[in-house]
Design a protein around this ligand. Sequence first.
Ligand SMILES: *Cc1c(COP(=O)(O)O)cnc(C)c1O
Length: 437
Amino acid sequence: MSTGETRFQGIAITELAEQFGTPLFVYDGEVLERTFRDLRAALPAEVDVFFSLKANPNISVCALLRSLGAGAEVSSHVELVTALRAGVAPQDVIFLGPGKDAAELAACVEAGIHAVVCESVEELLQLDELVAAAGTGPCRAMLRINPDFATKGSGLAMGGKPRQFGIDLDVLRAARPALAGLRHVELTGLHAYMGTRFLDHADVVHNTREILAAAERLSDELGVPLGTVDFGGGLGVPYFDNEKELDLARLGAGLHEVVAPFAARHPDCRLIMELGRYLTAWAGTYVVRARYVKQSKGEWFVVADGGTNHHMAAVGVGSFVKRNFPIRHLGRPAEPAVRAYSVTGPLCTPNDVIAKKVELPEVAPGDLLGVERSGAYGPTASPGLFLSHGYPAEVLVHRGTAHLVRERDTLADLLAKQRLVDPLAGAATGAGAEVER
Ligand SMILES: *Cc1c(COP(=O)(O)O)cnc(C)c1O
């Protein structure tokens, strides 16, 4: 019955856990590649795929996606530098975010990226001043619009409603004189992003059709050139048992129908789809080790060494029914389930539950469990500093070799930035930093 423990490109999970410790994120490079290639093959050839580092800012993950042809969409100075160091060419980088500061804008100008995506008229004016002061050539900017339509089917709507993101169309029309007055910013196109976790291809096709139409209208009305149009993406990955996988073939066919006539009318327009979750979620497994297996009032609990501090998303959605991410007993993946366990982490909050009453084979202390499809919005989107556990290790298995691509935080790392004030003397010392490694 048992086919043995879970392996990543032939490497046993116990080996990885022993070598790198737990909790641990394992990224399977083969899955990253397959996901990208399958998506690439389905999408119209006119569309460039940019990786949104927000979903997984690991530099080696970014480098692998770059090697397959992905550009980068970044939203902070550190993400910008990560993408550039990962080898993404500046002309394949865009920078967006509603609250960029002057240093971030200056870094974009210096790097000469494809475009800064401006999210307010105020930001455009600031960028114009900044480039003037820097005395560099013009800086390319795209306008992020907040379209006049909203789409159901997104787990989290980011456009079509009052939002801090992008520029409302009436605001944009009223800002014509300001746009005409830009001297050092060259407007090169438009951007829109409707939301995340779309699982129905029809919603994505609908968004794309609406955004491309809005781009053409705005370009006519305001004279913004259609050098680049980024129509977002937000492709989802099914996590819960009530969700179904996106139909890539139908997505591709639907997008082709919308994109081909647009591309024919605007042959020089670069089309971008920016994706985070879809590119990385499939490839990641969050690996935890069971510490205690106990019962409480008739229910079984596995208390593991990691939980929502690294994987907040696994808490799930819905206030009445808690739905679970796919989770497996990595030591005996093929054995039949014996009972329902709730899998919890080490935090002192009842919300630290990564799987509620999930049917698993017998779990003993020391066993390894894996939360699958967890390569996106893991540690970076979780309260990693809660109870001071810090960041987990990350391993990328690539071409049959396991590479440590992020060290776990150590006690020294976590204390290094604190300063101990002597309550009697009141003088600050660096005592926090002196803790031994
Ligand atoms: C978060 C975000 C993305 C990535 O979204 P996914 O759903 O992970 O693909 C892309 N663009 C913008 C503007 C975002 O805010």
